[in-house]
Design a protein around this ligand. Structure first.
Ligand SMILES: [Zn+2]
Length: 234
């Protein structure tokens, strides 16, 4: 086999790195999943960046349809709105870890990465008594040290099969995008907060959830938490 010329080798290495950091199917920087099994008509709704002041509106919609979801919460938001985090847990939803301050983990030290995850575990456990087993990296960006941090805290990474871009799209665009991406085992990503913003405007997300849930129920989909989607026997 011929060696790659230096420039081509550099390009190949950098595209591998880009995939390792952001690729939804990559487990280079820690075990990670991005979709569930395709043999049953079930999918998972996931919400990142909460809790926020608007999370209860989403909880009301989900409760109205008796639909569970998974909320990847930021520790700083949980410390700010612990009663909302508790409402999420009380609603029968699953809580995942989305870091404490929502940093790009890219280029951060292993110690910083583990501190972000550990502080969030402790915050969620102390306010909700829930112990997350899933971690979603802020911006979907992973880095060296994340794998060890996940192992130490018994967390598995979760990416998504489709993302709503609900932070900058209208509700109808978000619904069209996610409805088109729905399939058996899909993990759909929305946001009930906007990073660490106070009182963020998540009205497009709320409206998208209001329309999307009945639409997918009508198509015959069952909604599961990430835990039940990935480990149906537990
Ligand atoms: Zn996020």
């Amino acid at each position: 086999m011929q060696a790659l010329p230096p420039l081509a080798a550099t390009a190949a290495a950098s595209s591998f790195l880009a995939w390792a950091v952001r690729g939804r199917s990559a487990s280079v920087f820690g075990r990670s999943v991005w979709r569930g099994p395709g043999d049953t008509q079930a999918l998972a709704l996931t919400f990142d960046d909460g809790p926020s002041e608007s999370t209860p509106h989403i909880l009301d919609i989900l409760a109205g349809h008796r639909v569970p979801a998974t909320f990847f919460q930021c520790g700083a938001n949980v410390d700010r709105l612990p009663h909302v985090a508790r409402e999420v847990a009380a609603g029968g939803h699953e809580i995942g870890n989305h870091s404490y301050t929502h940093p790009y983990l890219f280029l951060r030290s292993p110690k910083t990465i583990e501190n972000e995850l550990r502080r969030t575990q402790e915050t969620i456990q102390s306010h909700t008594a829930f112990s997350p087993i899933w971690f979603r990296a802020p911006y979907g960006a992973r880095w060296f040290g994340l794998g060890a941090a996940q192992r130490n805290l018994k967390l598995t990474g979760v990416m998504w099969s489709a993302i709503g871009y609900d932070w900058n799209r209208r509700a109808d665009e978000v619904v069209a995008r996610l409805a088109a991406s729905a399939s058996n085992g899909a993990i759909l990503c929305l946001h009930d907060g906007r990073e660490l913003q106070r009182k963020p405007d998540v009205s497009a997300t709320v409206e998208a959830v209001r329309r999307l849930v009945p639409l997918l129920l009508d198509r015959g989909y069952k909604f599961e938490t990430i835990g039940r989607l990935l480990c149906p026997k537990t």
